[in-house]
Design a binder for this molecule. Structure first.
Ligand SMILES: Cc1cc2nc3c(=O)[nH]c(=O)nc-3n(C[C@H](O)[C@H](O)[C@H](O)COP(=O)(O)OP(=O)(O)OC[C@H]3O[C@@H](n4cnc5c(N)ncnc54)[C@H](O)[C@@H]3O)c2cc1C
Length: 458
């Protein structure tokens, strides 16, 4: 298939936004994802400015035997690959956010970033269940689940969704919720982007009072002592505290701030919804280990996006993760044998996120993935500007996955899976049901998610 077969003239005339084709001067910018390692070569890029544009793009692609892939930012574009035979629908111009403070909900357009929602909700004392980075897209993150700093208290972001506006493969714009198209509504909450193109999401916000957050830093040589202490500490912390144990090897790059540039640390990052004195008390045993830097302090919802030190803009990154059933001392030793200070682990960030609490599955709330039957999430990522670095990182990630195999949960986490294939993100029953929903709404597999769900055969 090629873009010549699209009726380019009519398509362009119908769009509120733009159409960019191979050879156009702005082609390279239009086809680029946030994730710079991926080299996307779709048949065309639709820069959607409205839900109508999405309808137009889906109809035009289907009519010419092409597929569509929706992309908000391209943070998880790696598994999509080169996009041959596909019209890429970029939603980044659709950033509208409306807060209903009384109902404690937000309605966001498909291209909204978490930073947009956090800034709009904060004046009302409200927050969405944002992840660590302000520039991650709300829709992609939420369709995959959504692990937030507030998550051990409030669960996955997907559980907060109350309605969605979507364009299905037949080109129909629908508003779906628990009563209207309930199967499709179930599938998109945790099942990813294979079922329809979302044009807007409506979801619940939580009230935020006192918030504390920040990071305790120690030299990486103390990794075993600190991470074992953190592991034991996570067994007793209340659900009001969400934390991450992490190894950081900062490259000597100018983009990295001076105090940490070129240095390596073991850190504990955390957010606490407890009050000041309760937070102090909860942190006492970690602080007794004498961190060389301690940034934990009262903070605003916006400041939560600084804690994890995510890159401020697009990067060439290679990462992947697994979920762990548990983290006994032997498991942490196995982790450190591959990722610890003595190991040659070519990765900038190797993190273990504490799950449990609100992250436990909540089937009664209805989405395809409502939580994790797992106690910790492991994710590692490297900056990989050249192919050799990508390969070396994959070898490191594979070695870590192999070391953790005895404790690895049977299902993975869709948002932390940055390679195609791998561990399934849901149990067989859920995957079967997702396949049936896909067959009902998109039997010809027009809509392409980064972690595809194939239509079940009739
Ligand atoms: C720096 C960084 C920090 C992160 N922090 C966290 C974190 O704290 N917690 C967490 O859970 N995850 C986190 N992630 C992972 C993140 O949630 C995933 O990468 C997620 O898929 C990003 O969504 P996006 O819309 O920004 O990316 P995209 O790559 O644009 O979207 C990913 C996929 O979502 C689907 N999708 C996107 N938009 C639509 C749409 N309009 N309609 C239908 N499907 C759509 C598509 O299948 C698409 O391929 C982080 C990732 C990075 C790179």
């Amino acid at each position: 298939m090629s873009s010549n077969e699209l009726d380019v003239h009519t398509l362009r005339a119908q769009l509120d936004g733009g159409l960019v084709l191979p050879g156009d001067p702005d082609w390279d910018g239009a086809r680029q994802a946030w994730q710079l390692t991926v080299d996307q070569h779709p048949e065309a890029v639709v820069l959607a400015a409205s839900a109508n544009d999405v309808v137009t793009a889906v109809n035009a692609a289907r009519a010419t035997g092409l597929r569509v892939a929706a992309q908000g930012t391209g943070h998880n574009a790696n598994p999509l690959g080169p996009l041959a035979g596909t019209v890429l629908i970029k939603t980044s111009a659709m950033r509208g956010v409306v807060i209903d403070a009384e109902a404690r909900t937000a309605r966001v357009e498909a291209g909204a970033l978490w930073g947009d929602v956090t800034a709009a909700a904060a004046p009302y004392g409200l927050a969405g269940l944002a992840g660590t980075a302000a520039d991650v897209g709300v829709v992609g993150y939420t369709l995959g689940g959504g692990l937030s700093w507030l998550g051990r208290k409030y669960g996955l972001a997907a559980n907060q969704v109350v309605a969605a506006e979507v364009v299905t493969a037949d080109g129909v714009l629908r508003r779906i919720d628990a009563q209207t198209e309930p199967d499709l509504f179930w599938a998109i909450r945790g099942g990813g982007g294979s079922f329809a193109v979302v044009t807007a999401l409506e979801f619940g916000l939580v009230e935020v009072g006192e918030l504390h957050g920040g990071t305790l830093f120690w030299p990486i040589e103390r990794a075993a002592e600190v991470l074992h202490a953190w592991r034991e500490w996570t067994a007793s912390v209340p659900d009001e505290i969400t934390s991450v144990g992490r190894l950081l090897r900062f490259p000597p790059m100018e983009e990295i701030p001076e105090p940490v540039r070129g240095q390596s640390f073991v850190v504990v990052e955390l957010v606490s919804l407890l009050d000041g004195s309760e937070t102090e008390a909860a942190l006492a045993s970690l602080r007794a280990l004498g961190p060389v830097m301690d940034t934990v302090q009262p903070c605003t919802p916006q400041a939560l996006a600084e804690i994890h030190m995510d890159p401020p803009g697009p990067v060439p990154g290679t990462g992947d993760g697994v979920l762990l059933n548990e983290l006994p001392a032997e498991a942490l030793d196995a982790y450190l044998s591959v990722a610890g200070p003595e190991a040659d682990f070519p990765v900038l960030s190797a993190e273990i996120r504490h799950l449990g609490g609100g992250f436990a599955p909540r089937p009664a709330q209805g989405g395809a993935v409502t939580g994790f039957d797992a106690a910790y999430a492991v994710f590692s990522v490297a900056i990989t500007p050249v192919e050799a670095a990508v390969k070396a990182t994959h070898r490191g990630l594979d070695a870590l996955a192999e070391a953790m195999r005895p404790w690895t949960a049977p299902t993975g986490y869709l948002n932390f899976a940055e390679r195609a294939g791998g561990v399934p993100f849901a149990d067989p029953g859920t995957l079967d049901r997702l396949g049936r929903v896909k067959a009902q709404y998109d039997a010809a597999d027009v809509v392409r998610g980064n972690h595809p769900v194939a239509p079940a055969r009739a």
